[in-house]
Design a protein around this ligand. Structure first.
Ligand code: ZN
Ligand code: ZN
Ligand code: ZN
Length: 173
């Protein structure tokens, strides 16, 4: 009982400070944003798994070597260890999707650095769902890891795949 009266529940230590708990949370969120050890690249691997070599980078996780050459942070996560998978294609088969799924399954947190939208500069569709896609050298979606990973909306994915007009038919999932 003595302990309870020592910490009356109606008072918060913050009551005496000119700040509140939410402003500390805001600071920590902003700090995490720029904490590279918490960022995940569009290729689906931690930013700190990208190592500089000459003027480029190479991306290597414990499990495999990834052709990503330009680390591009898209996610801030509480634990980057689950982002070690290999890309087998677009959407659900992409390493960003499988890593994120594992993270959420384990109750860990993730947040987008920027609200994700289609990366095709010629696309004007807003509010459409987007998919992580690995593009090959010809700019087509590939079933293997590549060095050019992007977010595309379904329409742009279909156009890039040479199959326009197939929206809603499950070409990408
Ligand atoms: Zn990368
Ligand atoms: Zn990678
Ligand atoms: Zn698009």
């Amino acid at each position: 009982m003595a302990e309870e009266s020592e910490f009356p529940s109606e008072n918060s230590p913050f009551d005496f400070l000119g700040i509140d708990e939410s402003s500390v949370d805001r600071f920590l969120q902003e700090k995490d944003r720029y904490d590279r050890s918490k960022q995940v690249c569009i290729c689906g691997h931690a930013i700190n798994k990208h190592h500089p070599v000459d003027a480029e980078f190479y991306c290597q996780t414990a499990r495999h070597w990834c052709p990503c050459r330009t680390p591009t942070p898209v996610l801030v996560v509480s634990d980057t260890r689950y982002f070690m998978r290999k890309t087998y294609g677009s959407g659900s088969r992409h390493a960003l999707s499988t890593g994120l799924r594992r993270l959420i399954q384990l109750g860990k947190k993730a947040r987008w650095l920027e609200e994700p939208s289609c990366w095709n500069p010629e696309c004007s569709r807003t509010n459409s769902k987007i998919f992580p896609v690995a593009l090959n050298k010809a700019g087509k979606p590939a079933p293997v890891p590549t060095g050019n990973n992007v977010f595309l909306c379904e329409t742009c994915y279909l156009n890039f795949s040479g199959a326009p007009g197939n929206e809603g038919k499950g070409w990408i999932w």
